[in-house]
Design a protein around this ligand. Sequence first.
Ligand code: 8YV
Length: 329
Amino acid sequence: MNRPHVLVTRAIFPETIERLREHFEVDDNPTDAVLGAGLAPRLQGKQGALTTGSERIDAALLAACPGLRVVANMAVGYNNFDIAACTARGVLATNTPDVLTETTADFGFALMMAGARRMAEGERFLRRGEWKKWSYDMLTGSDVHGATLGILGMGRIGQAIARRGALGFGMKVVYHNRSRLPAAAEAALGARYLTKGELLAQADHLVLVLPYSAESHHAIGAGELAQMKPTATLTNIARGGIVDDAALAVALRDGRIAAAGLDVFEGEPAVHPDLLTLPNVVLTPHIASATVATRRAMAELAADNLIEALTGGVPPSPINPQVLPLRPA
Ligand code: 8YV
């Protein structure tokens, strides 16, 4: 029997690889090296790929890999995919929504709190041996409970953060999104729609949860930071490039906003060197979805998509379902 051939671009759970081997000839990547220019050669003769945000699937790659029919991203975000190019070539693209929503919202909330309450700064202070006595204004931050939570990008994760703020912390929730939520959803979340300018001006803690695109590139730059309260915090768990990191470093240095929490960076894993020198920013290495259970669920959902798509089933989370049914191999 002619089994489809698939590439798993990065190291993932061995159990998921084993499951894929029940259906496919699997080329995996136990060394976990990011393939980069080696991706197209490695995809020759493969009908499917299980990818992560580290691989770019664009028109050039697809042209170089004409046998490819499915790319299953182990991520909810898919800015590493050129969806129009995939669709034009009849290649199905899939992602992993829902399974990471609550985990990612937990982390976004934690990062926001860490910035507001200066937790990382306090920890570094203690480890440096500088904690000699109590003082009334030592590492004083700003309250989270009862404050105004601003959310830019009110999708599934934004709504999960809104629920945490409203129900758990008595926050006033305001948001801006490309499309306004239905009135019933707003009422359920206790969230009020604002223009982007109003959101910037009113938020005590602004959390970014919007997808990255040409439209959202530098959605937060010097101009936007200038509209925020000097006491405000900014948290980015969405994608690098949504914030102009150089402009943010200037705003944090000059006290134009109080603090930031960043899990994603322009050009990551590189981090803007100015951010590394600032005390009032909490920096984490793109780990918002990183719990064992959630990473397992993401890997399994990506595998489900690959298996269903290449065995004539119904993939659970297609991004461009219009290409289904897939062209024959
Ligand atoms: C992933 C993410 O860890 O799902 C996303 O969009 O950013 C993270 O959960 C990362 O993209 C690796 O694929």
